[in-house]
Design a protein around this ligand. Structure first.
Ligand code: ZN
Length: 290
């Protein structure tokens, strides 16, 4: 493939990712509310105004409108924009890694599915059984493809699946013993079982490493921001006196919700990183050791 054609395909992959994740954002927002994901078309949740075609362009519309509805000025938030950007970058990375190959299509499907699962877990703290099953079947299909293409040994993927499931079941159990409450959902355990099948047991370690590092950094930043907001809320409550109890109640309620960490977004990021870069990183690491 010539350089120009490769660049054109790379741009196309990025745009395709943005478009697919734009639809993925609709799934994340509507499915948990029990709404149809096809009709009605995109609209503002507050004023109900139907969006024009030019307000539906991934990334661009959000930037032009500075994250607000054109009709009522309601803040849309950064989620749709970041979600589309992640999708574009994910598809781009998949193309740069595999080129025009069947692996790229598998990677697109995996990135979209785990992206939607991550979005739903981030916003609602749960995972759909149907999506878990789809992820397992996709992972098994990819492992089978790699075995038939003689690019992997079936034992790696079987051990990966069992290890992912067993280790995370153990972490879940130990976490419950220490914290005396559920820290991790069964959805995370199932997700890691499928991820082990997808990437094999060696790259699974890379997945867990990426997920832990990114998860720790993001959650630390969120905790800091949350603490600062809580401090501001308390000052305001003390200033006007009468609202203090109310502000305290609201604060405690959001604390409870905030403390529940959604692991799936980080695990999903680790899974995609391991699928795309697990093999080269492992080869590099073993080269350094030798
Ligand atoms: Zn509006």
């Amino acid at each position: 493939m010539t350089g120009g054609l490769r660049a054109l395909c790379a741009i196309f992959a990025f745009l395709l990712g943005c478009v697919f994740f734009s639809f993925g954002g609709v799934v994340v927002a509507r499915l948990p509310r029990g709404e149809s994901i096809v009709s009605p078309g995109s609209h503002c949740d507050r004023c109900g105004r139907t969006l024009k075609w030019y307000e539906n362009i991934p990334l661009v519309s959000w930037l032009l409108q500075r994250g607000r509805c054109r009709g009522c000025g309601e803040k849309i938030g950064a989620f749709p924009f970041l979600f589309e950007l992640f999708g574009g970058l994910g598809f781009l990375a998949a193309f740069l890694r595999f080129g025009l190959a069947p692996e790229t299509l598998f990677a697109f499907a995996v990135i979209w599915l785990v992206g939607v699962m991550a979005g739903i877990d981030w916003e609602n703290h749960f995972a759909y059984d149907g999506m878990q099953i789809a992820y397992f079947l996709l992972s098994a299909g990819y492992a089978l493809f790699l075995c038939l293409a003689r690019e992997g040994r079936w034992s790696d993927f079987v051990i990966g699946g069992v290890a992912g499931f067993a280790v995370f079941l153990l972490i879940k159990g130990v976490g419950r013993l220490i914290a005396r409450r559920e820290c991790m959902g069964m959805g995370d355990v199932l997700f890691m079982g499928s991820t082990g099948v997808l990437v094999g047991w060696k790259a699974l370690l890379f997945c867990v490493l990426v997920a832990s590092v990114v998860g720790a950094i993001v959650e630390l930043v969120r905790e800091r921001l949350h603490a600062r907001r809580r401090g501001q809320g308390r000052q305001q409550g003390a200033a006007d006196g009468s609202g203090a109890q109310c502000a305290k109640d609201i604060g405690e309620e959001s604390d409870e919700k905030e403390r529940e960490v959604a692991f799936l977004p980080y695990l999903a990021l680790g899974a995609v990183a391991a699928m795309l870069f697990g093999a080269p990183v492992l080869a590099w690491y073993l080269g350094v050791l030798a």
